[in-house]
Design a protein around this ligand. Structure first.
Ligand SMILES: *Cc1c(COP(=O)(O)O)cnc(C)c1O
Length: 235
Protein backbone atom coordinates (compact mmCIF):
# COMPACT_ATOMS: atom_id res chain seq x y z
CA UNK A 1 0.00 0.00 0.00
CA UNK A 2 2.69 2.47 1.01
CA UNK A 3 4.80 1.51 -2.00
CA UNK A 4 1.74 1.90 -4.16
CA UNK A 5 1.09 5.39 -2.91
CA UNK A 6 4.72 6.42 -3.34
CA UNK A 7 4.66 5.20 -6.93
CA UNK A 8 1.45 7.08 -7.70
CA UNK A 9 2.80 10.24 -6.10
CA UNK A 10 5.93 9.92 -8.23
CA UNK A 11 3.91 9.40 -11.44
CA UNK A 12 1.68 12.32 -10.53
CA UNK A 13 4.69 14.57 -9.95
CA UNK A 14 6.05 13.76 -13.41
CA UNK A 15 2.66 14.40 -15.04
CA UNK A 16 2.21 17.72 -13.22
CA UNK A 17 5.66 18.80 -14.36
CA UNK A 18 4.79 17.88 -17.95
CA UNK A 19 1.51 19.79 -17.71
CA UNK A 20 3.34 22.86 -16.40
CA UNK A 21 5.92 22.74 -19.19
CA UNK A 22 3.32 22.26 -21.91
CA UNK A 23 1.20 25.09 -20.47
CA UNK A 24 4.21 27.38 -20.51
CA UNK A 25 4.93 26.50 -24.15
CA UNK A 26 1.42 27.69 -25.00
CA UNK A 27 1.76 30.85 -22.94
CA UNK A 28 -0.51 29.63 -20.15
CA UNK A 29 -0.19 28.57 -16.54
CA UNK A 30 -0.58 25.05 -15.18
CA UNK A 31 -3.44 26.46 -13.10
CA UNK A 32 -5.43 26.74 -16.33
CA UNK A 33 -5.37 22.96 -16.76
CA UNK A 34 -7.46 20.59 -14.66
CA UNK A 35 -6.20 17.02 -14.40
CA UNK A 36 -8.97 14.44 -14.26
CA UNK A 37 -7.53 11.17 -12.95
CA UNK A 38 -9.21 8.34 -14.84
CA UNK A 39 -9.77 5.46 -12.43
CA UNK A 40 -11.46 2.92 -14.72
CA UNK A 41 -8.48 0.56 -14.53
CA UNK A 42 -8.21 0.38 -10.75
CA UNK A 43 -10.18 -0.61 -7.68
CA UNK A 44 -10.99 1.17 -4.46
CA UNK A 45 -7.69 0.59 -2.66
CA UNK A 46 -5.60 2.13 -5.46
CA UNK A 47 -8.07 5.00 -5.70
CA UNK A 48 -7.56 5.64 -1.99
CA UNK A 49 -3.82 5.93 -2.60
CA UNK A 50 -4.50 8.27 -5.51
CA UNK A 51 -6.71 10.56 -3.42
CA UNK A 52 -4.12 10.52 -0.64
CA UNK A 53 -1.60 11.72 -3.24
CA UNK A 54 -3.75 14.76 -3.90
CA UNK A 55 -6.04 13.84 -6.83
CA UNK A 56 -9.63 14.71 -5.99
CA UNK A 57 -11.17 14.98 -9.44
CA UNK A 58 -11.74 11.48 -10.78
CA UNK A 59 -13.15 10.23 -14.07
CA UNK A 60 -15.01 7.01 -14.83
CA UNK A 61 -16.25 5.94 -18.23
CA UNK A 62 -19.02 3.52 -17.18
CA UNK A 63 -22.00 4.75 -15.20
CA UNK A 64 -22.52 1.54 -13.19
CA UNK A 65 -18.87 1.48 -12.14
CA UNK A 66 -19.13 5.10 -11.09
CA UNK A 67 -22.16 4.25 -8.96
CA UNK A 68 -20.41 1.48 -7.08
CA UNK A 69 -17.16 3.38 -6.58
CA UNK A 70 -19.02 6.45 -5.37
CA UNK A 71 -20.64 4.30 -2.69
CA UNK A 72 -17.46 2.49 -1.75
CA UNK A 73 -15.49 5.74 -1.49
CA UNK A 74 -18.21 7.94 -0.04
CA UNK A 75 -15.98 8.85 2.91
CA UNK A 76 -13.47 10.61 0.62
CA UNK A 77 -13.62 14.04 -0.91
CA UNK A 78 -14.02 13.23 -4.61
CA UNK A 79 -15.54 15.15 -7.51
CA UNK A 80 -16.63 12.54 -10.04
CA UNK A 81 -16.65 13.22 -13.76
CA UNK A 82 -18.39 10.89 -16.18
CA UNK A 83 -16.24 10.62 -19.31
CA UNK A 84 -18.01 7.79 -21.20
CA UNK A 85 -21.33 7.21 -22.87
CA UNK A 86 -24.40 7.64 -20.67
CA UNK A 87 -27.49 5.62 -21.55
CA UNK A 88 -30.71 7.49 -20.98
CA UNK A 89 -32.06 4.88 -18.55
CA UNK A 90 -29.04 5.51 -16.26
CA UNK A 91 -29.49 9.26 -16.00
CA UNK A 92 -31.45 9.29 -12.78
CA UNK A 93 -28.81 7.46 -10.77
CA UNK A 94 -25.83 9.08 -12.43
CA UNK A 95 -26.48 12.80 -12.55
CA UNK A 96 -26.64 13.42 -8.79
CA UNK A 97 -23.18 11.82 -8.45
CA UNK A 98 -21.39 13.86 -11.10
CA UNK A 99 -19.81 17.28 -10.97
CA UNK A 100 -19.35 17.29 -14.74
CA UNK A 101 -20.50 15.04 -17.57
CA UNK A 102 -17.97 15.13 -20.42
CA UNK A 103 -20.01 12.91 -22.69
CA UNK A 104 -23.00 14.97 -23.77
CA UNK A 105 -23.00 13.17 -27.08
CA UNK A 106 -26.46 13.51 -28.66
CA UNK A 107 -29.46 15.79 -28.71
CA UNK A 108 -31.70 12.96 -27.49
CA UNK A 109 -29.52 12.44 -24.44
CA UNK A 110 -29.37 16.15 -23.67
CA UNK A 111 -33.13 16.52 -23.87
CA UNK A 112 -33.56 13.69 -21.35
CA UNK A 113 -30.82 15.11 -19.12
CA UNK A 114 -32.58 18.43 -19.07
CA UNK A 115 -35.85 16.79 -18.00
CA UNK A 116 -34.10 14.87 -15.27
CA UNK A 117 -32.27 17.97 -14.02
CA UNK A 118 -35.56 19.83 -13.92
CA UNK A 119 -37.16 17.01 -11.92
CA UNK A 120 -34.24 17.12 -9.47
CA UNK A 121 -34.39 20.88 -9.28
CA UNK A 122 -30.70 21.09 -10.10
CA UNK A 123 -28.50 22.31 -12.90
CA UNK A 124 -26.21 19.85 -14.64
CA UNK A 125 -22.88 20.92 -16.10
CA UNK A 126 -21.97 19.20 -19.31
CA UNK A 127 -19.56 19.26 -22.19
CA UNK A 128 -20.62 18.54 -25.74
CA UNK A 129 -18.71 15.53 -27.00
CA UNK A 130 -17.60 16.12 -30.55
CA UNK A 131 -16.64 13.31 -32.90
CA UNK A 132 -13.76 15.39 -34.16
CA UNK A 133 -11.96 12.57 -35.96
CA UNK A 134 -15.13 11.39 -37.74
CA UNK A 135 -14.57 7.82 -36.50
CA UNK A 136 -17.78 5.89 -37.20
CA UNK A 137 -17.39 3.91 -33.96
CA UNK A 138 -17.22 7.01 -31.80
CA UNK A 139 -20.04 8.82 -30.07
CA UNK A 140 -20.50 12.54 -30.35
CA UNK A 141 -21.84 15.40 -32.40
CA UNK A 142 -20.72 15.83 -35.98
CA UNK A 143 -18.47 18.92 -35.90
CA UNK A 144 -20.15 20.21 -39.07
CA UNK A 145 -23.55 20.26 -37.37
CA UNK A 146 -22.82 21.78 -33.97
CA UNK A 147 -23.22 25.40 -35.02
CA UNK A 148 -26.68 24.68 -36.34
CA UNK A 149 -27.83 22.68 -33.34
CA UNK A 150 -26.33 24.82 -30.57
CA UNK A 151 -29.21 27.34 -30.29
CA UNK A 152 -31.63 24.43 -29.79
CA UNK A 153 -29.43 22.83 -27.14
CA UNK A 154 -29.09 26.20 -25.44
CA UNK A 155 -32.84 26.20 -24.80
CA UNK A 156 -32.44 23.26 -22.43
CA UNK A 157 -32.44 25.56 -19.44
CA UNK A 158 -31.50 23.04 -16.75
CA UNK A 159 -28.25 22.18 -18.51
CA UNK A 160 -25.16 24.30 -18.39
CA UNK A 161 -23.05 23.69 -21.45
CA UNK A 162 -19.53 24.73 -20.44
CA UNK A 163 -17.34 23.42 -23.22
CA UNK A 164 -16.38 20.72 -25.69
CA UNK A 165 -14.79 17.30 -25.29
CA UNK A 166 -13.11 15.04 -27.83
CA UNK A 167 -10.76 12.15 -28.29
CA UNK A 168 -8.11 11.88 -30.98
CA UNK A 169 -8.57 9.23 -33.65
CA UNK A 170 -7.89 5.71 -32.43
CA UNK A 171 -4.26 4.68 -32.73
CA UNK A 172 -2.96 8.12 -33.55
CA UNK A 173 0.44 9.29 -32.37
CA UNK A 174 0.67 12.41 -30.22
CA UNK A 175 1.59 14.49 -33.25
CA UNK A 176 -1.30 13.06 -35.28
CA UNK A 177 -3.58 13.84 -32.35
CA UNK A 178 -2.48 17.48 -32.53
CA UNK A 179 -4.51 17.93 -35.70
CA UNK A 180 -7.69 16.74 -33.96
CA UNK A 181 -7.04 18.89 -30.89
CA UNK A 182 -6.38 21.96 -33.01
CA UNK A 183 -9.61 21.26 -34.90
CA UNK A 184 -11.57 21.10 -31.62
CA UNK A 185 -10.07 24.40 -30.49
CA UNK A 186 -10.89 26.02 -33.84
CA UNK A 187 -14.45 24.73 -33.63
CA UNK A 188 -14.77 26.19 -30.14
CA UNK A 189 -13.42 29.56 -31.28
CA UNK A 190 -15.79 29.60 -34.21
CA UNK A 191 -18.82 28.71 -32.03
CA UNK A 192 -17.81 31.15 -29.32
CA UNK A 193 -18.13 34.00 -31.81
CA UNK A 194 -21.89 33.56 -31.86
CA UNK A 195 -22.71 31.76 -28.66
CA UNK A 196 -26.15 31.71 -27.00
CA UNK A 197 -26.20 33.56 -23.66
CA UNK A 198 -26.43 30.61 -21.31
CA UNK A 199 -23.70 28.61 -23.05
CA UNK A 200 -20.04 29.16 -22.24
CA UNK A 201 -17.43 27.24 -24.13
CA UNK A 202 -14.62 27.86 -21.68
CA UNK A 203 -13.54 24.25 -21.41
CA UNK A 204 -11.78 22.00 -23.86
CA UNK A 205 -11.53 18.47 -22.47
CA UNK A 206 -8.93 16.73 -24.60
CA UNK A 207 -5.76 14.71 -24.11
CA UNK A 208 -5.08 11.34 -22.47
CA UNK A 209 -1.90 9.60 -21.27
CA UNK A 210 -0.28 9.43 -24.69
CA UNK A 211 -1.10 12.89 -25.91
CA UNK A 212 -1.97 15.23 -23.02
CA UNK A 213 1.12 17.39 -23.50
CA UNK A 214 0.16 18.10 -27.10
CA UNK A 215 -3.44 18.71 -25.98
CA UNK A 216 -2.28 21.28 -23.42
CA UNK A 217 -0.17 22.99 -26.08
CA UNK A 218 -3.30 23.17 -28.23
CA UNK A 219 -5.41 24.73 -25.48
CA UNK A 220 -6.86 21.92 -23.35
CA UNK A 221 -8.29 23.17 -20.05
CA UNK A 222 -9.14 19.64 -18.86
CA UNK A 223 -7.08 16.53 -19.55
CA UNK A 224 -8.14 12.96 -18.75
CA UNK A 225 -5.23 10.80 -17.71
CA UNK A 226 -5.41 7.16 -16.62
CA UNK A 227 -2.62 4.73 -17.50
CA UNK A 228 0.25 7.17 -16.96
CA UNK A 229 -0.82 7.62 -13.33
CA UNK A 230 -0.75 3.90 -12.66
CA UNK A 231 2.50 2.98 -14.40
CA UNK A 232 4.35 0.43 -12.31
CA UNK A 233 1.29 -0.46 -10.18
CA UNK A 234 -0.29 -3.90 -10.12
CA UNK A 235 -3.84 -3.42 -11.23
C1 LIG B 1 -9.86 5.62 -20.60
C2 LIG B 1 -10.12 7.01 -21.00
C3 LIG B 1 -9.17 8.01 -20.77
C4 LIG B 1 -7.81 7.75 -20.15
O1 LIG B 1 -7.00 7.04 -21.03
P1 LIG B 1 -5.45 6.76 -20.75
O2 LIG B 1 -4.89 6.57 -22.11
O3 LIG B 1 -5.39 5.56 -19.91
O4 LIG B 1 -4.89 7.96 -20.09
C5 LIG B 1 -9.49 9.31 -21.14
N1 LIG B 1 -10.68 9.62 -21.71
C6 LIG B 1 -11.63 8.68 -21.95
C7 LIG B 1 -12.91 9.09 -22.57
C8 LIG B 1 -11.37 7.35 -21.60
O5 LIG B 1 -12.31 6.43 -21.85
Amino acid sequence: MVAEQARIAENLGVIQQQIAEAARRSGRSEDDVQLVAVTKYVGASVIRALVASGCHVLGESRPQVLWSKAVELADLEIAWHLIGHLQRNKLRRTLPLCQLVHSGDSQRLLVEMDKEAKREGSAVEILLEINISGDTEKHGFDPRQVAEILPTLAQLEHLKIVGLMAMAARGSSAEEARRDFAALRELRDQLAGDCPDNVTLRHLSMGMSNDFQVAVEEGATIIRVGSALFAGIDR
